[in-house]
Ligand binder design. Structure first.
Ligand code: IMP
Ligand code: MG
Length: 173
């Protein structure tokens, strides 16, 4: 058995932050209907918690994206593995991302989604590694900034493992 990842954000800390983000989003989008666009696979846990923290009528869509191989480094190549089930033209779209690392995935996604004529596109990211930025992208709602470490848990994987970890941790060396 490998050593368990070293805890960076506990379930309680995560819960408090997600609740605050949800309240802020609900206030900002009051009176509007929202499309939460969950970017698979990494965002599935965050999106599930965030959706329940937003007290507004909303729709959930999933977009499958692959930007990493089974490694801890970005391939720089973004592949859409699963498309939306409905148009987003005229909608207020909030992209829900697990982590913004180089920014390549998010900038590519923004471009793709803007071509579908939504009314607005904003971004809610759970984690951000500012020191790794290659393509700067605006993050409208952010959970936590982190250093340049590879994290797992709360939806985030390493070679598809650890997504079910209830906390965010750093892989033990
Ligand atoms: P970017 O295109 O470099 O911003 O990478 C974004 C994607 O890379 C995320 O959606 C994750 O799937 C993956 N990723 C980047 N950093 C980490 C990490 O520390 N742990 C797990 N996945 C990561
Ligand atoms: Mg991943």
């Amino acid at each position: 058995m490998d050593a368990p990842p070293i805890e960076l954000f506990s379930p309680a800390v995560i819960r408090a932050r997600v609740t605050a983000l949800g309240a802020q989003i609900a206030a900002d989008y009051a009176g509007k209907s929202l499309v939460l666009l969950c970017v698979l696979k990494g965002s599935f846990v965050f999106a599930a918690d965030l959706a329940r923290a937003i007290d507004l009528p909303l729709r959930v869509e999933f977009l499958g994206v692959r930007s990493y191989g089974d490694d801890t480094r970005s391939s720089g190549v973004v592949q859409i593995t699963q498309d939306l089930t409905r148009p987003i033209a005229g909608d207020h779209v909030l992209i829900v991302e697990d982590i913004v690392d180089t920014g390549l995935t998010l900038s590519y996604l923004r471009e793709q989604l803007l071509a579908r004529m939504p009314t607005t596109v904003k971004v809610c990211a759970f984690l951000h590694k500012p020191s790794r930025t290659v393509t700067p992208v605006e993050i409208d709602y952010l959970g936590f900034k982190i250093d340049d470490v590879f994290v797992v848990g709360y939806g985030l994987d390493h070679a598809e493992r650890y997504r079910n970890l209830p906390y965010v941790g750093v892989l033990a060396p």
